[in-house]
Design a protein around this ligand. Structure first.
Ligand code: FMN
Length: 181
């Protein structure tokens, strides 16, 4: 497989986040040929303003550049009040004008347990559709991660969860190496 770069975006800013742990685990599982990068700028992103869309402030410009440089994006987000965390929606709002996500393969992992997180998942899918992302079958998956599955190092050791996360990553990477239509 040709080298592909995947930007991992967690919707949680919480220390000890299960969503971020899932993406950290994805990073640990990435085989040769798949370069992963965990986006770490969510808390520093200013509130989106259309007035600044043409000349975005530093953190938003950096976000756009990191998305543009990635062959694919993998999201993992909690649900807050029935939808996406405002901080993640804010991140996505910064990408509307820039168009960096247009045509880009994307996936997401819903790690909520007990069938929860449906609102966040549906709304993430809707916003990503709106910005023209190409959602990849097999990389938009539910992989429940109970709190106790996250080790003290912030990595998930459960083999079934790791297999499911690894499969989502390789499926997404496979789509990223295909020509975008
Ligand atoms: C402000 C707030 C609102 C929440 N609203 C919902 C909700 O509407 N539905 C739900 O299933 N869980 C909700 N939760 C629970 C979180 O989705 C859950 O704690 C999740 O595991 C947090 O992800 P993290 O471990 O990555 O931070 C909410 C949590 C917080 C802090």
């Amino acid at each position: 497989m040709a080298d592909v770069r995947i930007l991992l975006i967690s919707g949680s800013t919480r220390q000890g986040s299960g969503n971020t742990a899932a993406l950290r685990t994805v990073q640990a599982l990435a085989p040769d040929g798949i370069a992963t990068e965990l986006y770490d700028g969510l808390s520093a992103l200013p509130a989106f303003s259309p007035d600044e869309d043409e000349r975005p402030p530093g953190p938003a410009a950096e976000l756009r550049a990191r998305i543009a440089a990635a062959g694919a994006l993998l999201f993992c987000t909690p649900e807050y009040a029935g939808t996406l965390p405002g901080s993640l929606k804010n991140l996505l709002d910064w990408t509307v004008g820039g168009g960096e996500i247009y045509g880009k393969p994307v996936g997401w992992v819903n790690v909520a347990v007990g069938g929860r997180g449906t609102g966040a998942e549906e709304h993430l899918a809707m916003v990503l559709r709106y910005v023209g992302a190409a959602a990849v079958d097999g990389a938009c998956v539910r992989v429940p991660v109970p709190r106790e599955a996250v080790g003290p190092d912030g990595i998930i050791t459960d083999p079934e969860i790791r297999t499911a996360l690894g499969a989502a990553l390789t499926t997404l990477a496979g789509a990223a190496t295909q020509p975008v239509r």
